[in-house]
Design a protein around this ligand. Sequence first.
Ligand code: ZN
Length: 133
Amino acid sequence: MPFCRSVALDIAVAYDAFYYDDDQELTAYIWHNYRNLLTPLEALAERTLLAESKAQHTSDRMAAILRERWVAMDDPDVAAALAGGSDVFRNRVRERILKECDKQIVINRCPQCSRLVATPKAHQCLWCGHDWH
Ligand SMILES: [Zn+2]
């Protein structure tokens, strides 16, 4: 399958209204659009999650380098933050950001289907196709 067709299918599946989960989408929306509101510890824990994820899908040599340079599980605060797993960590950070930074957050929902759109400034819904430019 050509690359661009594969990407188009991935996007179609990612925005399939049948699979919409508001809680999951809210977490993704906050993480995608408000990464600047992470605390230093949260950013370090996120970097650890990403590096460990990459380490699990590469050569042993590259995995060792990634873990040495980017995984911070030897930091007790990072280990504690990630003790419940990545989903628990990301949901907890989402709740903290929504509570502590509510004045900086814009939750942008489609006026037609009420689903979360991609960004705070988006004027098009990738779920239902509505466009309010
Ligand atoms: Zn919509």
